[in-house]
Design a protein around this ligand. Structure first.
Ligand SMILES: Nc1ncnc2c1ncn2[C@@H]1O[C@H](COP(=O)(O)OP(=O)(O)OP(=O)(O)O)[C@@H](O)[C@H]1O
Length: 243
């Protein structure tokens, strides 16, 4: 039984078709990574799954009682507002201190409770966001480019932490990433989006594609190189596809 089952999903935003006829099912405990060029609808897909945007067509079915933890791509916090990590985690409602400590530990952010959010390093900030997403012990943890702004060791450490969450909580993970080498090692499945699903499969299947070798041979940045596999169609300036 899938946690989330998406069928024929089309989303329009201000007259722009951001997603067209997308099918995707997420099974318990799996790690699924979405890759794709800028503007390809990755964030829109995530927002549709959490219910923040409505489908123009198609349907999204969530397992009954599904708990979703969400780490947004960006969260701006007013740096002039004093806000400790503890208070941040107690918003919008107060949490049991033991739960809070547990979530911070799971996120690899133990001991940061009394620190100011504004003073955290990039990696610590992401871990505070992760801790918040873990408070309800989610069945599905969704992360939108969780390593934005982190250096390579910082990214690798955060991905290891995410895998640890899967191992200990059993959560399925759905994430957007531009770091293909990490995608390949850490994901059960990769979905390549460009308004529609261009390709999907296990990392092994994707890794055996000549485009994948070209990616690592040429050193070109992640998602676009993976995306090159499917150019039997072209995209107009609106991002619409034509066979
Ligand atoms: N409110 C809106 N009104 C109109 N178009 C929008 C709106 N929000 C997003 N879009 C467009 O929808 C498309 C998909 O955007 P989305 O943010 O999902 O892409 P993305 O793949 O997450 O991009 P990135 O990699 O740059 O984060 C883009 O072309 C974007 O310009």
């Amino acid at each position: 039984m899938s946690l989330v089952d998406i069928a024929g999903l089309t989303v329009r935003l201000g007259g722009h078709t951001a997603l067209e006829n997308v099918d995707l099912a997420i099974m318990p405990g799996e790690i699924v990574t979405i890759v794709g060029p800028n503007g390809s609808g990755k964030t829109t897909l995530i927002r549709a799954i959490i219910g923040a945007v409505s489908p123009a067509a198609g349907r999204i079915t969530r397992a009954e009682g599904l708990r979703i933890g969400y780490v947004p791509q960006r969260l701006s916090i007013d740096r002039t507002l004093p806000l400790t990590v503890r208070r941040f985690l107690n918003l919008p409602h107060r949490r049991d201190p033991a739960e809070l400590t547990e979530a911070l530990t799971r996120a690899g952010a133990g001991g940061l409770e009394s620190r100011q959010m504004a003073d955290l390093s990039g990696g610590q900030f992401q871990r505070a966001l992760l801790a918040r997403a873990l408070l309800d012990r989610p069945d599905l943890l969704i992360l939108d480019e969780p390593t934005t702004g982190l250096d390579q060791p910082g990214s690798a450490a955060l991905y290891r932490q995410i895998e640890e969450v899967r191992r200990t909580l059993g959560s399925a993970i759905l994430m957007v990433s531009h770091e293909l080498h990490v995608v390949m090692s850490a994901s059960d499945r990769v979905i390549c989006l460009n308004g529609h699903v261009c390709c999907h499969g296990t990392p092994e299947v994707v890794a055996s594609a000549p485009e994948y070798r070209a990616l690592f041979g040429s050193g070109t940045g992640g998602a676009l190189a993976l995306y090159r596999h499917d150019h039997d169609h072209h995209h107009d300036h609106e991002g619409h596809d034509h066979a």
